[in-house]
Design a protein around this ligand. Structure first.
Ligand code: KIV
Ligand code: NA
Length: 270
């Protein structure tokens, strides 16, 4: 199976509709990418790795080098899904030139197919600058976690008329600037529907609406690695319980000298 391309993903939305919703999950490691790859259209190396892998309080301290290291691992671990890497906070907002310097490193050093960046109208020039220079860009509007300090938290966006209008306008601006796709996160459902129907590029929802052209979740949230998850997450399994159980039984075996056994030790052949 050949790896999906940006035009192939974009081509899934025809006349404003995506018949087969696009499946996207986050991946941060090679093995995780291998396991998810057959089931997904896109893998996102999200800057959520700051919290999920590094235990950071937000995505703000995630660096370009971290994104590149994990992005390269995910590309190595996958061969079917389109891989998109998040641009981390501080690596792109200052100017289109700064964004190009960061994005070109991501493209060259990871082999990913494109980058994702947060923001609406303020990022339009940057989205255009990158796309015109051969770097596919996915936008991200609504709840933009890198702006948590300005937003005042991770609550759903678009509860006021003004905010509703701003998010819809941001989405069109980013689409018009040349983005190939858009993530819309943590918004009142009517906004997600309006955005999905108003832009010609695929709109991937998270905490948005089943009406979107696709869905994305943080894999560790989706598989049940955490006790607390946002309301918009559905836990499809309880991997935390599996790990806890395996570690508990391993510890008991070690303490009882019940592991290793004959099957696991090396002895000279008789
Ligand atoms: O960083 C991330 O995982 C994301 C998705 C939740 C969209 O940006
Ligand atoms: Na992100």
């Amino acid at each position: 199976m050949k790896r999906l391309t940006v035009p192939a993903i974009q081509g899934r939305k025809v006349d404003g509709r995506t018949a087969d919703p696009l499946v996207m999950l986050t991946a941060y490691t090679a093995r995780q990418a291998q396991l998810l790859d057959p089931h997904c259209d896109m893998l996102l190396v999200g800057d959520s790795l700051g919290q999920v892998i590094y235990g950071l309080p937000s995505t703000l301290a995630v660096t370009l080098d971290m994104m590149i290291a994990h992005g390269a691992a995910v590309v190595r671990g996958s061969y079917h899904s389109l891989v998109i890497v998040d641009m981390p906070f501080g690596a792109y907002e200052a100017s289109p030139q700064q964004a190009f310097a960061s994005a070109s490193r991501i493209m060259a050093e990871t082999g990913a197919a494109g980058v994702k960046l947060e923001g609406g109208a303020a990022m339009a020039d940057t989205v255009a600058f990158l796309t015109q220079r051969g770097i596919p860009v996915m936008g991200h509007v609504g709840l933009t976690p890198q702006a948590v300090n300005a937003l005042g938290g991770y609550g759903a966006r678009g509860k006021s008329e003004a905010e509703h209008a701003k998010i819809v306008a941001d989405a069109s601006t980013v689409a018009d600037a040349g983005a190939f796709g858009l993530v819309i996160e943590g918004v009142m459902e009517d906004i997600a529907i309006a955005v999905t129907d108003s832009v010609s590029i695929p709109v991937i929802g998270i905490g948005a609406s089943a009406h979107c052209d696709g869905q994305v979740l943080v894999t560790e949230d989706m598989i049940g690695m955490f006790d607390r998850v946002p309301r918009f997450v559905k836990r499809f399994d309880n991997v935390a319980a599996l790990i806890d159980s395996a570690a508990q039984r391993y510890a008991a075996d070690v303490r009882a000298r019940a592991f290793p056994t004959d099957e696991q030790v090396y002895r000279p052949k008789k």
